[in-house]
Design a protein around this ligand. Sequence first.
Ligand code: SF4
Length: 727
Amino acid sequence: MLFGRKRKNPIKIADKQIKEWKYTTCGYCSAGCSMEIGLNAEGHPVSSRGVSGADVNRGKLCIKGIFEHELFTSAGRGEQPLMRGRTFDEYQPAGWESALDHMASEIGRLQSAHGHDSFAVVSTGQLLTEEFYTLGKLVRGVIGTNNYDGNTTLCMASAVSGYKRSFGSDGPPGCYDDFEHTECLLAFGSNLPEQHPVIYWRLKEALEKRKFPVIVIDPRVTMFAQFADIHLPITPGTDLALLNSFAHVILEEGLEDRDYLDAFTTKGNDFERILEDYDPVTVAKICGIDEDTIRTVARLYARAGAAMSIWTMGINQSTHGSDGVAAINNLNLLTGNVGQPGGGGLSITGQCNAMGTREWSSCSGLPGYRALENEEHRNEVADFWGIDPNFFPAKRGLTETDIFPAIETGQIKGLWLVATNPLTSMPNTDRIRRTLEKLDFLVVQDAYSDVETTQYAHMYLPAAMWSEKEGCFTNTERRISLVNKITEPPGIAKPDHWIFSALAQRFEQGRKIKFPGKASDIFDEMKQLSKGRLLDISGLDHDVIERERGVQWPCPEGEAVSANPRRLYADGKFQHADGKAKLITLPFVDNNEMPDTDFPFWLNSGRVVEHFHTRTKTGKIGNLNKFSPTPYMEMNPDAARELDVGHMKYVRLVSKRGDAVVMVQLTHRVPNNMVFIPFHFYDCVNRLTLGLLDPHSRQPAFKQCAVRIEPVAQDVAARANVEARAF
Ligand code: SF4
């Protein structure tokens, strides 16, 4: 008789008859994995695999990447433009000529009647960099509205703002290679194994070679927290107080790098005096971490030869997200870690090309990390594009989170959404729904015609997605990688840059500016504009980027690709006018909505590994959706017992904004005064969220609000859940 493994049938991998593998880059998260798509004899994409020679992923892919080829045939794709009148009659199919003529005429009508800024544009972090640059040229140089932003305001605006305040420019200083050199890793509000599995694998690989302490700061016992050496289950929204306390201990015990501080930094008024208020005894009562642990972590970090910090939404999505990022930068400056191998900060970005929009879309400024507020920058770009610099505003306009309130007040009449889905992604769904209903003209441009926001649009424009076109993404560590065209888009859907260029031709100013048709020609323009800038890419082109399987910027002309610096600011030269970094004074103000007797639970939200953002793509992939098909709520078993709530039963969650029905999963991952819901699902967690805004970045505090739990009829809830999933 045979026992154990020998009795099992061997796993058989189906032969998909692949005839050719084509190189591209994953279009989901910002890890930036290089991959190949397998095509069969008919040229159909049938498989995905990681590229072994690529530095980022070294052959690995996570579950989303493994099934990414299935996106090409996923349901719900838009195949032709759709239009309807202001009374929301049935959509009628249209050709590109008539759709874009109508769109240009509606933009002109609104701008003539209500001013240029009455038409707003909100884009995404998922286009190709060349497309972001083209959209910026269209919006800033042709349409001329200042109310233009990307949905990256919902995820990375606080990181951008914090970097600018501390270092004088956006741009993450660190890289994945730092895991190989660090002696201490501090992770804030980041569930790396689920959010960015391949970056987590890089960390694991480094740890297998050489042990160093991993400290995770998160209110929830996430997968990452379970793997950490020290977990600090912090009270939501109090990370700034904790970071100030780390700085307090470092200065009190003389652990700072005085030589580094004297040579490379300036400091804000009362910097040390304000930090005196954050002694560990006081802060322990604010953030729920005992004073000894605060001291231990501060000492570990300061005494390590090299120490690094990574963070995600736990820091950024907060009323003081920008301050939190600046406080992480303070910590790394105080300890002399910025720019050192294994040291400094690395914000882990969300979307595949959130970095591309930050660098080149002109949302918050002008291309190449230029500022609208800087006259020299306005002149440089206007000269390059061949337009009058006075066409540019001298100050940034509204962010995405301020555009929606401006629609409510009637200041904004028209909106163009490009590859973003605010009905699911923005806080306070009911308010967003009412806001969209107020618009005179709403255009949704997306690869999927069934994206929820299309219900409220007057026009839908079908876009090619990901590897149905060619261009670049920039990943979390500033690495530019090439996305190659694998297949044609469905129907008459077009690449986003084609749509932007074609719309530009309908405006007088658009006929004065060049809009190259090929992605490589657009990249050439960006190269020229990048010369001498922090993000200099003048030494690159598409061929070099593909050959190298991705290259980190800066990479100036004339320098070998292999010689480019892996980290920013290694020489201590920062982007502020005086060349120094700033230690910023950061008093902590606790203005969150807090649990009380009526709403006794913290509501926390985050991601699961199978889904990406609002599930526009992953909700269509059976192999992903089957693992996580429905919204659920993590609840502590002790709290559940008190309220007589059972595992896998439905409950109604209520906040001051609205309610949502969810299925309960009992787990000790959350404390007994907190519940957690994945944020991917339509009509779920964001029906409840408040989304107070950070004053610097205007990013919403998705993770800090209060709810209560009510019983709900199980049969009604189950039926509603099935209907919602059938949408
Ligand atoms: Fe794609 Fe991110 Fe997964 Fe890599 S880790 S395969 S980039 S989703």
